[in-house]
Design a protein around this ligand. Structure first.
Ligand SMILES: [Zn+2]
Length: 236
């Protein structure tokens, strides 16, 4: 059993690094994807903001058209009032209409002014969003290059480690022990073995019951930590 543990510890030296590299190779593309999605979301938000601004612009145009019509009508009413002779009732009616038209025009102008201000601040906001998106794209391109480099390096190291690990494979490890070890490498993120120091597991730091430490000392079978499940070994 001591040979098995020695062989497993030798394998683990590689497997911890292999696990870390594989994790990195998995993580980097995900991070790239996450950043791409962030930019997509920012673009969608910008499109929404632009649509909202177009609506306000259309409102401004509508108000402008309405006031133009009202002004034309006002001129006509004023002309007719000026050229009307006598008939006080007709004159009064013109005056009432002219007053109403002036009031409407002034209200519309005020509303229009408020909307124009809205369009102006929306235009600024859009420009800010554009600059932000551009910067994010620049950073993404940079990050993408870094990722490619890191992945190439990681793949190279991985290949080297895997071939060296192959050379270290030992007949001292039974298929059952190998299965258990492999399962733990995955489940325990690259660390399948734990030193037992006195009665304390050096991976999860629980104190094990006396019978566990006795079995580890006896060294006739693989003993696992009752808490983290890792295979125990003793310091040389
Ligand atoms: Zn443990």
């Amino acid at each position: 059993m001591r040979d098995t543990l020695k062989a497993l510890r030798s394998l683990q030296e590689f497997d911890t690094q292999i696990f870390r590299l594989r994790d990195e190779l998995r993580r980097l593309p995900l991070e790239l994807e996450r950043r791409e999605k962030q930019i997509e979301a920012a673009r969608a938000k910008r499109e929404d903001a632009q649509r909202a601004m177009r609506l306000v612009e259309a409102q401004v145009k509508e108000i402008e058209d309405l006031t133009t019509t009202s002004r034309q009508r006002l001129r006509k009413v004023e002309n007719e009032a000026n050229s009307s002779r006598g008939d006080a009732a007709t004159l009064a009616a013109y005056q009432v209409e002219a007053r109403n038209l002036k009031r409407d025009i002034s209200a519309a102008e005020e509303e229009g002014l408020g909307l124009v201000e809205k369009v102006e601040s929306a235009t600024k906001e859009l420009a800010r969003m554009d600059a932000e998106i551009l910067e994010a794209q620049r950073l993404l391109a940079e990050f993408s290059t870094t990722v490619q480099g890191e992945m190439a390096k990681a793949n190279e190291s991985l290949g080297r480690l895997l071939s060296e690990r192959e050379k270290r494979s030992s007949k001292a490890i039974s298929p059952e022990a190998m299965d258990q070890y492999q399962r733990l490498i995955t489940a325990r993120e690259g660390v399948a073995l734990a030193e037992l120091d006195g009665k304390v597991c050096q991976a999860c730091f629980i104190t094990v019951p006396p019978n566990v430490s006795v079995r580890v000392l006896r060294g006739t079978q693989l003993v696992t930590c009752p808490s983290c499940d890792r295979i125990f070994y003793l310091r040389d």
